[in-house]
Design a protein around this ligand. Structure first.
Ligand SMILES: [Zn+2]
Length: 103
């Protein structure tokens, strides 16, 4: 599934092997490849919130915010949870599904 972020097409990929990363990892962004990896074994609601979390990292990264307080895990998690509670994650997944069917 592809989602446009800051003018770039990111692919969301569900994985259960983060290739050497910590077992507790539930999502990550491969910025150089425009890939967001999400742990497939997560409950659906956690998957959606994690997608929003990683999108938050992407948006901040493309705006040049690196290594600042704004990009801290706590800040991104708060931002993602706020969007999750607004239903933005469900909306994005539905939108991507519909666009996938058309294309
Ligand atoms: Zn994070």
């Amino acid at each position: 599934m592809k989602i446009p972020i800051c003018g770039h097409e990111y692919e969301i990929v569900y994985v259960d092997d983060f290739r050497g990363e910590a077992e507790k990892l539930i999502g990550r962004v491969l910025h150089g490849h425009h890939i967001i990896e999400i742990r497939d074994s997560l409950p659906q609601s956690q998957k959606i919130e994690t997608i929003l979390h990683e999108i938050g990292h992407c948006i901040l990264w493309h705006q040049g915010h690196l290594g600042e307080e704004l990009t801290s895990e706590a800040a991104v998690a708060a931002f993602a949870n706020g969007l999750f509670n607004l239903g933005v994650g469900e909306f994005l997944l539905e939108k991507a599904k519909k666009e996938g069917k058309r294309g």
